[in-house]
Design a protein around this ligand. Structure first.
Ligand code: ZN
Ligand code: ZN
Length: 573
């Protein structure tokens, strides 16, 4: 066998494999000798081999043993057609040879790739019957299938039932929960890892930090950071990158900078993450400084870097810098994609250079995304350009975009021009179509507990106090000259409908809760899934002054830091 191994090492083409195959047949060893299993395995999974020929070898075996089946199923599971592995597994069940844990594991890997959830359950039932329950690797692969198929509860249940787990198991579930929009559960599981004294590895930690980023859970993120210092995992590059992302997304850009500056080795991801972080926080010139530093350090920017730098220009109104970076990019070997074009359209639109933005959209070499026309429409609203707004809105209709934001914007463009008939017409059209609405929600973390609010939420246990606080806010902001209603419709940038005006937006509920549940000191940190609306923006500026509290809202696009009556975005978002 050792000899065969060394011969296989030297095989560099399918011809070699065929020669070896012929040799094993002529020596009469093919039907009985384990060397054919070796050959089959090599042909099935190595880069030199090929699956059709492996199937050919397999067909000639009169009595395949389990390892022969495994060799073929494994190869198929990794191939371009993982479904065939499942067919093969099914065929095997009609033969006398029983699958072993390896067979099940290869078949489950195929399930994970094609999201064959039903088949995975069958295999699960089968290996329970065969008594492989205690096989940790098998269970972990199964958890992976459940996670990928989106059955996170099933995955969790399986996890709880496992008599033994290794780290890979925790990883599969923690990253699965974090990526599957279940960040709260991911964090709870991470805490359990520590309680059960399982040492997490970098994948687990990255999963947990990503959960913190999603939730804006700064104190939890800081706790993980201090754990990493104790566990001497602080120098791991992937972990550091996740820390930068976590600090930036949880509102502490200084925390992110500190991690970034302390890193001994940085990867492209480190640079990209910090530039994007600074961009989101409206620190455009700092972001560009790091972008230049990166060039001086000889790190070649990629599409993400350029996008981050352009976002930085966009959020800080750095028009000329943005155009310069974009032109540099066009001249480099990194080609701009639709997002880069989107950024440049936005930069021009916000600066009131509407015609130029229009020319850019029309010159894009790929199909323009509706988002580009939407951003032009938004700019037309700001600068009162009815003609161009109508053209953008026609384009959106042509493209089949049916977003409520488009209608709201268009009706606001007409309203600003006092064309009330047109306002009415747009509103009617909006009602007659089934316009898509994205439900808004916000998170706030207080004393390590995450609270989630939806628009008009009454389900929180302190709901009564929250609404009491909102009444108080309403009275006090009026005292500062706040005018609700009509003025605000014009400010509404559109993702949430006008009717929502009468209902409190989720971010207002979260901020009100923040005000009654914490005193002074730390800023109130809120995360919102959509863009913050114009009215909430006005109110938060006033609240920051009236109550002397800093408020930070991370919305879909960027960070807003409200302090002493103004916002870090300079009302520019
Ligand atoms: Zn609002
Ligand atoms: Zn703002």
């Amino acid at each position: 066998m050792a000899l065969l191994d060394s011969i296989l090492q030297k095989c560099t083409s399918i011809t070699h494999i065929k020669q070896l195959h012929a040799h094993i047949i002529t020596t009469g060893l093919f039907q009985i000798h384990p060397s054919r299993t070796k050959l089959l395995e090599f042909c099935s999974i190595s880069a030199v081999g090929n699956l059709d020929y492996a199937a050919e070898i397999f067909r000639r075996i009169q009595n395949p043993v389990t390892n022969d089946w495994n060799a073929l199923i494994r190869g198929l599971a990794q191939s371009e057609q993982p479904k065939k592995a499942l067919q093969c597994y099914l065929t095997m069940s009609r033969w006398p040879q029983k699958p072993d844990p390896l067979t099940c594991s290869f078949a489950l890997k195929a399930c994970a790739r094609v999201l064959a959830f039903f088949e995975a359950k069958e295999i699960h039932a089968q290996f329970q019957k065969l008594g492989f329950d205690s096989d940790v690797r098998l269970q972990t692969t199964l958890i992976d299938v459940y996670v990928k198929s989106g059955d996170l509860d099933g995955a969790h249940q399986l996890f709880d039932e496992m008599p033994l787990r290794d780290i890979a198991t925790w990883n599969a579930l923690i990253s699965g929960l974090a990526q599957g929009s279940r960040p709260k559960d991911a964090l709870a599981l991470f805490r359990r890892t520590l309680r059960e004294r399982v040492k997490p590895n970098d994948i687990t930690v990255v999963g947990a930090l990503s959960a913190c980023s999603q939730l804006g859970a700064l104190s939890e993120g800081k706790f993980i950071h201090s754990y990493l210092k104790d566990a001497a995992m602080e120098s791991n590059v992937r972990v550091c990158n996740a820390l930068i992302d976590m600090y930036a997304k949880c509102g502490s850009i200084n925390g992110a900078l500190e991690v970034f500056h302390n890193m001994v080795t940085r990867t492209l991801v480190s640079w990209n993450t910090i530039i994007m972080g600074l961009a989101m926080h409206g620190r455009g010139s700092d972001a560009l400084e790091i972008f230049d530093q990166m060039g001086r350090a000889g790190v070649k920017p990629d599409q993400v870097t350029y996008l981050s730098a352009l976002c930085a220009c966009n959020h800080s109104g750095l028009v000329e810098e943005g155009l310069r970076i974009f032109n540099n990019m066009v001249g480099s070997d990194v080609s701009p994609n639709i997002k880069h074009y989107g950024c440049i359209v936005d930069i021009l639109g916000r600066a009131g250079r509407l015609e130029e933005a229009y020319i850019v959209i029309n010159s894009i070499p790929m199909d323009p995304d509706p988002v580009l026309w939407q951003s032009l429409l938004g700019a037309c609203k700001t600068y009162g350009n009815v003609g161009l707004a109508e053209r953008a809105s026609e384009k959106l209709a042509e493209m089949g975009s049916n977003s409520c934001g488009d209608y709201v914007l268009m009706s606001n463009v007409y309203a600003a021009d006092q064309r009330w008939d047109d306002v009415g017409r747009v509103r009617e059209e909006m009602k007659s179509r089934d316009v898509r609405k994205v439900p808004g929600f916000s998170f706030i973390e207080l004393k390590g507990v995450i609270h989630k609010f939806v628009n008009g939420d009454h389900s929180h246990m302190n709901s009564k106090e929250i609404y009491g606080m909102l009444d108080e806010i309403r009275i006090r902001v009026k005292g500062l000259g706040y005018v609700p209603n009509t003025a605000f419709v014009l400010h509404d940038i559109g993702e949430e409908e006008k009717e929502n005006a009468l209902v409190y937006h989720s971010e207002k509920l979260a901020v009100a809760y923040g005000l009654i549940s914490s005193d002074g000191g730390d800023p109130i940190r809120v995360i919102k899934n959509l863009r913050i609306c114009g009215d909430c923006h006005v109110v938060f500026k006033m609240v920051s002054k009236i109550y002397g509290r800093e408020i930070m809202v991370r919305d879909r696009a960027r960070y807003h830091h409200f302090k002493d009556g103004s916002c870090s975005c300079g009302d520019f978002w």
